[in-house]
Design a protein around this ligand. Sequence first.
Ligand code: UT7
Length: 336
Amino acid sequence: MKRTVIKSTGRYVPPRVVTNHDLTQWMDTSDEWIRQRTGIEQRHWIPEEGGVGSSDLALEATKIALERTGWTAKDIDLIIFATLSPDIFFPGPGCLLQHKLGLNSTPALDIRQQCTGFLYGLATADAYIRSGLANKILLACAEVHSTGIDISTRGRDVAVLFGDGAGVVCLEGIETDKDVGILASALHANGEFAESLMIEVGASRLNPRISEELIKEGRHWPVMDGKTIFKEAVRSLPNVSQEVLQKSGLSLEDIDLFIPHQANLRINQFFQQSMKLPEEKVFHNIQRYGNTTAASIPIALDEALEMNIIGDGSAVIFLGLGAGLTWAAVLARLVG
Ligand code: UT7
């Protein structure tokens, strides 16, 4: 049977560290508020002068993952790129990354699933691989949020949450009788909540798409109804985990680690408690990176592997909820 396995991982965050205390120079906030409500202590942002896009961060993470796999860029059959913060409005960063890797005809596909970009990307890659359309896929997830948030007090509810970074995985199809690789996935969306977390300007439904008035109103910044999203996350994440367990035939006790999207430490603690899991079974690193949206789960996976919390044979559930709303989970058994 054809199975999609995670061959290697890589992560990259820009070196500039912005602490909660640093944020207080631009907005009325405090280290105490941010830590208590979110768990975040610091995040990494690109240099203040800009000039670095999501594809640049993804390139650095990709170099690491390719080296670990022993692939060259030419071995890749398909690039899937997940981001909500593309370098330019269009074309998407999949093409930009492809070019930066020295390729000139490898297909590149962009997906826009925000916080569940890695999960939708894994499920998409798995479908490509199992159908025989591709066998070696680079799934790159990267975000540059720092240039797209309102760092004045008006935008503080959103601005303190987000960090820049990239996480990538190399995926390969193998023929095996063993239950390894991606064993189950469950994807969901509910557009009813589309405006609970969004950036509106410059979108096609506005004419003109951008104007001084729109900018004065702050409609080019992200807006979020944090409480609704929090509630939806706490409600949906246990259900979607149970769904992949049921699909795979595994039980809760078979899972070595849950790697949730890193949106809020409290959301993930609620998840751990409602699933009655021991603390060490749910991975957190939001303290150091903030919310890196599509990149948060692959960055966490890369760290968990580096820390030897998981390795060859571990069963892992990746899960998350975010803008869309979209929510999803993927259950995979890792191979060495
Ligand atoms: O990955 C994307 C998906 N997003 C999420 O999963 C986010 C889910 N939601 C959350 O994580 C939480 O709702 C937040 C952390 C965003 C906010 O926490 P909250 O407990 O829901 O706070 P709140 O929005 O109800 O705000 C409470 C107070 C308000 O002041 P008043 O009205 O009580 O006077 C806010 O104005 O905290 C104020 N506030 C802040 N104060 C200091 C909001 N942001 C800040 C801030 N610093 N950064």
